[in-house]
Design a protein around this ligand. Structure first.
Ligand SMILES: Cc1cc2nc3c(=O)[nH]c(=O)nc-3n(C[C@H](O)[C@H](O)[C@H](O)COP(=O)(O)O)c2cc1C
Length: 270
């Protein structure tokens, strides 16, 4: 019997967390700041980790677990276990293969993957490399026609659900990124947004924040419009309040992702 080839996993790595120092040594400060930082003072970013570590399992002993499994059906698709890779933008920042490598890794481990609007490969290329269910994460764009076109492309490429992220109407302000003057290196870009035009400024704008930066931010009307525009299961990502969860379901969403975006967009959230 041949042994599985493990030679490509470095001996210093036993668990997922072991990749962290390993990656830090290999990435430049620019990429590291983007991947590993949180918004503002990183209060939420740190609290997330602490709260997660605080979760305790309460095992029931002596059960007969033969033929046990973790399989489940989510929005009509069978998963071997309830694990999907969260949408993460610009994966070519950390490896030239970027999302193409991630989607193959997901398939190898029978995990699903949620592909970011800000992927650094096209959503069609990623779908061609997929071997497990793919969901598309949508950032509503200032140009709503372009946004609908993204949805249509995701449907055509075989994505099986739409995850609309609503907790990042503007990019998070990350002090660590500011300190290294983060920018996307040449050759890495949000390729799925190619050809999108910058919207014209709103005449008579008063507030730089509300009337300019957030002038095109999505609202509940966009959830209504998306519900009407697609038959894909619609999942709203970035919900933190029960009343918002209820409102999302009332608007026709099929599910919500309770998340504070890893503490990357707004600091001091639960
Ligand atoms: C480097 C990085 C990039 C991310 N990019 C996106 C993105 O493009 N779209 C999105 O919805 N979330 C993005 N996220 C947030 C993650 O999807 C996820 O919400 C976060 O890691 C926290 O996990 P949780 O939501 O399971 O709590 C990103 C997270 C990281 C660390």
């Amino acid at each position: 019997m041949t042994q599985p080839r493990m030679t490509s996993i470095p001996s210093a790595i036993a668990a997922a967390a072991d990749y962290m120092p390993y990656a830090h040594e290999r990435l430049d400060d620019n990429a590291w700041a983007y991947i590993a930082s949180g918004a503002g003072d990183e209060i939420t970013f740190r609290a997330n980790r602490a709260v997660f570590d605080d979760l305790a399992l309460n095992p029931r002993v002596l059960a007969d677990v033969r033929s046990g499994n973790t399989a489940l059906t989510l929005f009509g698709k069978r998963f071997a276990h309830p694990i999907l890779l969260a949408p993460v933008a610009y994966q070519r920042l950390v490896h030239p293969d970027g999302e193409l490598a991630s989607v193959q890794a997901a398939a190898a481990l029978e995990a699903g993957m949620i592909v970011s609007t800000l992927a650094s490969h096209t959503l069609e290329d990623i779908a061609r490399h997929a071997g497990a269910p793919l969901w598309f994460q949508l950032y509503v764009q200032p140009d709503r026609g372009f946004t609908r076109e993204l949805v249509r492309r995701a449907e055509a490429a075989g994505y099986s659900a739409l995850v609309v992220t609503v907790d990042a109407p503007i990019a998070g302000i990350r002090n660590r990124e500011q300190l290294v003057r983060f920018q996307l290196p040449e050759g890495i870009a949000p390729v799925n947004l190619c050809g999108m035009e910058t919207p014209a400024p709103i005449p008579g704008a008063k507030s730089q924040v509300f009337d300019m930066l957030m002038a095109h931010a999505p609202t509940w009307k966009d959830i209504d419009d998306l519900r009407a525009a697609t038959r894909l299961p619609l999942i709203v990502k970035g919900i933190l309040r029960p009343d918002d969860a209820e409102r999302a379901l009332a608007a026709g969403a099929d599910g919500v992702v309770v998340s504070n975006h890893g503490g990357r967009t707004l600091d001091s959230q639960p």
